[in-house]
Design a binder for this molecule. Sequence first.
Ligand SMILES: Cc1ncc(C[n+]2csc(CCOP(=O)(O)OP(=O)(O)O)c2C)c(N)n1
Ligand SMILES: [Mg+2]
Length: 535
Amino acid sequence: MPDPTLRAADVLARRLYLAGCRYAFGMPGGEVLTLVDALENAGITFVLARHENAAGFMAEGTYHRTGAPGILVSTVGPGALNGVNVVENARQDRVPMVVLTGCVDADMAHTYTHQVLDQPAVFSAVTKHSFTLSAASAHVIADKAVSMCMEEQQGPVHIDVPISVADQDALGEGELRPPAIPVVPSDVVMLREILSRAKRPLIVAGVDAVAQDAGAEITAIAERLGAPVITTYKAKGIMPESHKLAMGGAGLSPLADEILLPLVAEADVVLCLGYDPIEMRAGWQNPWDLSHQTVIDVTAVPNHHYMHHASYNVVGSCRETAFALLPEYSEANWPDGRLAQVKADLANVFAPEPEWGPAAAIATCQRVLPPNTLASADSGAHRILLSQMWQCEFPRALVQSSGLCTMGCAVPLAMGQSIVEPNRTVVSFSGDAGFLMVVGELATAADLGLKTIFVVFVDASLALIELKQRGRQMKNRGVDFGRSDFAAIARAFGGAGHCVRSTNELTEALNTAQMADTFTVIAVEIEKGAYDGRI
Ligand SMILES: Cc1ncc(C[n+]2csc(CCOP(=O)(O)OP(=O)(O)O)c2C)c(N)n1
Ligand SMILES: [Mg+2]
């Protein structure tokens, strides 16, 4: 619960105290008076030095004897700049230091310039990270600053503190979240025991598991535990999706979340392997409750995302860790049929339309194209449906931009794969707007003699954005556009083109495309609003 008596500066000061800091050094100006007050209230002695640079070296001195980060306090403008030398020294000498500078409020900076300069830009160059304090996130910023400056390689972190923010009530949680416990190799035995004893273990795998090629290890540990595996879109296929323990991909579909998040909530132990929530929507912010669930997070890098927290955090190779964690026995005991039910529910909500539509088209492509097909997806409504439906039997079977979600990636991603494997079936799936962003690359496909199949979902709409606009009861503006003749465009660039409006026509077009000696564009004509209720 928020504590109404705490100012943002108090939250910051208390977190520094918890990190073991007992001294702060600097020279105050009017802009940091609240900060100095808060530090002293928290039990941190403020030492007045005669120059900010010397203050920074005194702070470093305390670090050498206590192990806690040094604290440097400088006021706006000249005070902040006087500290730059020692801050860069801390970066080069791996000294954990929290650098607090006063600054004018953002609104004021538009009409007031005295002593004002871009302090975050200055300190970004000489620190591991520069934050600007906000009242709502003071506890998060304080926690991140402390952990980031202490992580390897240790160094300085900067927090710019606007005058009025320091005084504002801290709106966020007054309590500080317990940090995940970093795990040392000897803890592996204890974690293996936790996994062995789990009654309902569950695995979440993400992009770093793919980058580290951890498919075999993940499949082995899932099978040993009888644990269902949910992946991000990037990690689809890390374990064959036809496997009875594979629950498919998740991330952007509220429909899938309705089925998968309850399963996560039922788990008693969650093992995250290379799972980076950068791909996930808001439903995956803190999807578990650490008061009664144990979460073991095996990550490539320390957690700076704060999308979720874990009970234990192993920073390192998820492949080697998964191998090391493989338990000898398992007490797992998911209720009979529960996992099969989840798979059935997912198949049901993402079932193809009986006649025609984007889901019927996706199902047809998967049925007709060979099992070793390489697919890519663009950004938009079609991509969410595709990612939920497309069954991947091996890693990288479906590639896409799911962290940044940029349009215009599917066509060139597919072309790059066709260049390396010219005789393999490679298919890209794009929306009509995303395809038009990169349509000129068809000329490159022609130059290179690629036989890539480009499927375009033609709905004359930025469907995903139109859905959101309608969902907010807003007028239809800037989301509709004309239908282009994509088959004719393909022919104009020297490829083959088909325009299809039924599963039969699509089947025929796919078969022809696989025998063609040029690239093929297949325009899948669908209605506006075709994704309603389907993603
Ligand atoms: C480069 C870029 N610009 C804008 C967006 C925002 N955006 C996400 S989906 C989308 C609509 C894409 O329309 P379309 O390619 O026709 O796909 P559909 O949603 O209709 O399936 C837009 C504009 C984005 N993700 N990337
Ligand atoms: Mg579209």
